[in-house]
Design a binder for this molecule. Structure first.
Ligand code: GDP
Ligand code: MN
Length: 392
């Protein structure tokens, strides 16, 4: 679960990070009021679950209350990274001499939480990692001992040459480590970690992502959930008890079991296609779950074909078939579907599908190949439908 900057910065502040004060505003008037309260220059920042707000025009300086209102008016209601801006954060503008990066991520390749720092902060850190990896310092942390003082200090010296600055950064990294551990985070990040001309170190941005599987023991985090800021498909999937991850392809997938879902996505790639999502309907799927899954996929205009891949064990194929028929009926089947069903109550499932004029195969390979073909055909038809020289 992603938190908004204004939420993450309160958690960071409570842990002892040097976070400037801030106020959330949802109207230009409130933004002006906040700016008046702080006095002087302020920064008006879009609060959306997206990085790169600065580049998208979602972070703007304002000289005073009137300008703050103007900036808020320009930012509120716009869309950044696919998310509508409902609120802005108003914070006193810091003077910046240098921008660093500090983050803690779960690095699965080394099976460990890893602290990352870079003196090339403020910008997209993935790009730094790709183009100038030598400017990114990585330190995997052994959870038995945590981030040790000498390690934190060394990372501080990787960013600044003086002991006072390095110590300040070390304290920040130690506090960030406590947040990461204490909140079951998969990412805790400050970018930029800024140095002022006076040498003060400030956390000017705050990003915190908490592991969904730990939310049961993070009620304070769960309480911060903002349903309006989430991907609608992901929110709908969670409500329906489905495990769903949006991907960027065009073959929608309904699969039972995480392992089979991953194998399905591999096979889609193998046949030259691209999955639009990972969707696991789980073990004992009721028809309702399948209806919800179909609703989510068919509402996604990127989906050009739907692939259903069910290996019936505890899951009964006939339940899935009934859900499919109901789901397709509900939306009107304008998206082609390729179905593979095998296992428990397979014969009954085939009968239910046949009654609805749907065919099914027991071969996973055949169904996947068909789904990829169907998506490709649709892409071609869509391209042909665009008048020559035109296109949106
Ligand atoms: P992001 O683009 O979504 O990561 O948003 P950030 O909060 O990181 O802000 C983007 C950029 O705006 C930063 O890298 C800074 O260059 C600038 N910025 C943010 N806060 C301040 C501030 O208090 N003072 C100044 N001068 N610039 C700021
Ligand atoms: Mn940032």
């Amino acid at each position: 679960m992603k938190l908004h900057e204004y939420q993450a910065r309160e958690i960071f502040r409570a842990a002892g990070l040097p976070v400037p004060p801030g106020r959330v505003a949802s109207t230009p008037g409130e933004a002006a009021e906040a700016a008046r309260a702080f006095g002087g220059r302020v920064v008006v920042k879009a609060q959306v679950h997206s990085g790169g707000r600065g580049k998208a025009g979602g972070v703007r300086l304002a000289a005073g209350p009137e300008e703050a209102a103007e900036r808020a008016r320009a930012i509120l209601g716009t869309t950044i990274g696919g998310y509508r801006v409902e609120r802005v954060l108003v914070t006193p503008a810091a003077e910046i001499a240098a921008e660093f990066y500090a983050g803690i991520v779960l690095d699965r390749t080394v099976r460990s939480a890893t602290v990352l720092v870079s003196e090339a902060g403020g910008v997209d850190i993935e790009r730094v990692a790709e183009e100038t990896p030598e400017r990114l310092v990585r330190l995997p942390v052994d959870r038995r001992y945590g981030l040790l003082d000498h390690q934190a200090l060394r990372l501080g010296f990787a960013l600044v040459p003086d002991a006072a600055g390095a110590r300040a950064i070390a304290r920040i990294l130690t506090a960030l480590w406590r947040v990461f551990l204490g909140r079951d985070a998969s990412l805790a990040e400050v970018n930029p970690l800024a140095r002022t001309p006076a040498g003060e170190i400030l956390a000017l941005d705050a990003k915190l992502v908490v592991d969904d599987n730990a939310l049961f023991r993070q009620p304070e985090v769960e309480a911060l959930r903002d349903p309006t800021a989430e991907e609608p498909a992901e929110a709908a999937a969670r409500a329906a008890g489905l495990s769903y991850v949006r991907l960027d392809g065009d073959v929608g997938c309904v699969v039972n079991g995480a392992g089979l879902a991953m194998a399905t996505m591999d096979l889609i790639r193998h046949h030259g296609g691209a999955p639009a999502n990972f969707l696991d309907i789980g073990g004992s799927s009721s028809p309702e779950k399948v209806v919800s899954a179909m609703r989510i996929l068919l509402a996604d205009e990127r989906v050009r074909s739907v692939l259903v891949n069910i290996f019936g064990g505890i899951t009964r194929c006939d339940d899935v078939a009934r859900g499919l028929v109901a789901g397709l009926r509900e939306r009107g089947a304008d998206v082609p579907v390729s179905i593979r069903l095998t296992g428990t109550n397979e014969a009954e499932a085939v009968r239910v599908l046949r009654e609805a004029s749907l065919a099914a195969t027991t071969s996973m390979d055949e169904a996947v190949r068909r789904a990829v073909e169907l998506a490709r055909e649709r892409a071609r038809t869509a391209a042909a439908a665009v008048p020559a020289g035109g296109g949106a």
